[in-house]
Design a protein around this ligand. Sequence first.
Ligand code: GRF
Length: 216
Amino acid sequence: YNLTVLISGNGSNLQALIDACASGALPNTRITHVISNRQKAFGRERARNASIPDSYHNLVQYKKKHPQTPEGIEAARKEYDADLANIILASKPRPDLIVCAGWMHIVTPSFLTPIADAGIKIINLHPALPGEFAGAGAIERAWKAGQEEGLKRTGVMIHEVIAEVDAGDAIVTKEVELRKDESLDKLETRIHGVEHGLIVEGTKKTLEGIGAARAK
Ligand code: GRF
């Protein structure tokens, strides 16, 4: 199977996928393209070190072509998303699956529709449980709820990507207990550790489903 991985930052989840392909944890699977929406994302370095083609898809150049008004920014995002879909659909080989691994860009139907029409699934890692702490800063919000409201646990999920943010059907989830007086740093480290296992498990499960559907 061919994977395209979308990243925005450190790429530790990308690294988990790279390692899983190398170790056979993801059988006959390779990452054929890494796309970042941040030029300096360290994950791009990780791709290069693994001889994986990487590209930077730059939203700023789209915004420059439109007025700095809400309508202009919306038009820029639509073009950006449509081109992102075209880049992926034009890639050789085409991916069987797109994995959003720390991808901090809300995709719109301009991206989702052409990808869905091409029969390509998209999954996303989100460091919270279904229906909880959608959007950015999920770990910190959960940590605060633990310290201030006595929330007992948070978690991590891999879910199908739909237009609504962090709201697609969960593929795999894992709870993470919240500990009184634990620093945010320590919680983040524990959660990232869970992410690295879950992103492989969620990708494996999704690919098995794709394989089964094709075998019919
Ligand atoms: C995840 O918690 C993700 O939601 C957030 O950063 C972590 C992924 O980082 N954006 P990485 O780039 O995979 O290391």
